[in-house]
Design a binder for this molecule. Structure first.
Ligand SMILES: Nc1ncnc2c1ncn2[C@@H]1O[C@H](COP(=O)(O)OP(=O)(O)OP(=O)(O)O)[C@@H](O)[C@H]1O
Ligand SMILES: [Mg+2]
Length: 257
């Protein structure tokens, strides 16, 4: 069993104008995600959800000014980005980056080698990737294409889940993996996430705006994220309340405090 523990996390982001003061975005995030648990985070645009995922993954632009992130008691903030990946953390980004000149199959094998600590045996690897691509309804020709280059929005999201399937992290952060997916793709991607959960028993932190995906991927906990922190946590019924009423109850409370 693995536990990711975030305590009173404060994060600043540097502005592009290096003379300008950094902006304080995360203002005391508390969150604990363990194996076999699915957590959904919902919150208004600009509240800091992606910033939280970048801070966990170790994006250099996001500076942790106080608080802690630990994985089974190990200090994640002391780890480099690739050490975090080897420790079992995975981030599917809201906006996956294009890597021209690096083929998808090369990228996946390199990533799997780095995370597993040894190169996967070629025959086994070919079979493994083929099965994963078939399950996610990804055409084999994508293996030869540059990572995410010219991929449609939905294709990029499928490839994030292909990585999830092959890298088998302990804790997976999925930042708006459902955005831009058509109904069939949403089902395929959700099934991929559920397969990961069933096989690997990983912990999932799912950032989303829509309850639609939560019909496929059932959350155990729902957290409302407003103005840089978790302001309320509950069960799946909280997502339904948000769908019906929006964030007014939470944003007005945050403004008053
Ligand atoms: N590099 C940056 N420079 C300036 N501002 C930034 C930077 N990164 C994030 N921000 C600001 O921090 C705030 C939080 O952004 P973040 O992307 O974390 O929000 P979010 O909750 O993921 O929103 P969305 O639901 O729209 O994805 C926003 O106001 C954003 O403009
Ligand atoms: Mg975001």
């Amino acid at each position: 069993m693995t536990t990711l523990e975030i305590r009173d996390l404060h994060v600043d982001v540097a502005q592009s104008d290096s003379d300008a003061e950094p902006i304080h975005i995360l203002k005391g995030v508390d969150l604990t995600v363990s194996s076999d648990e699915t957590h959904a985070i919902m919150g208004p645009n600009g509240s800091g959800k992606s910033t939280l995922s970048y801070a966990i993954a170790g994006h250099p632009k996001y500076e942790v000014t106080s608080g802690s992130i630990t994985l089974d008691g190990e200090d994640v903030l002391e780890m480099s980005v690739d050490e975090r990946a080897r420790a079992g953390l995975f981030l599917a980004m809201q906006y996956p980056v294009e890597v021209p000149g690096v083929s998808m199959s090369n990228f996946l094998r390199t990533a799997a080698t780095a995370v597993r600590g040894e190169a996967p045996k070629l025959r086994h690897w070919v079979k493994e990737t083929k099965e994963a691509m078939t399950a996610l309804e990804i055409d084999p020709s994508f293996g030869e294409r540059s990572v995410n280059e010219g991929f449609s929005g939905g294709e990029k999201k499928r490839h994030e889940i292909l990585q999830l399937d092959l890298l088998k992290p302990k804790i997976a952060i999925l930042d708006e993996t459902d955005s831009g997916l058509d109904v069939d793709a949403l089902r395929v991607v959700s099934e991929g996430v559920n397969r990961y959960k069933a096989n690997e028993h990983g912990g999932i932190l799912l950032i989303t705006h829509y309850t639609r995906i939560l019909r496929y991927i059932k959350p155990d906990f729902v957290h409302v994220f407003v103005n840089g922190r978790v302001v309320e946590s509950g069960g799946p019924e909280l997502a339904d309340e948000l769908e019906d009423n929006g964030y007014v109850r939470f944003t007005s409370a945050a403004a008053a405090s």
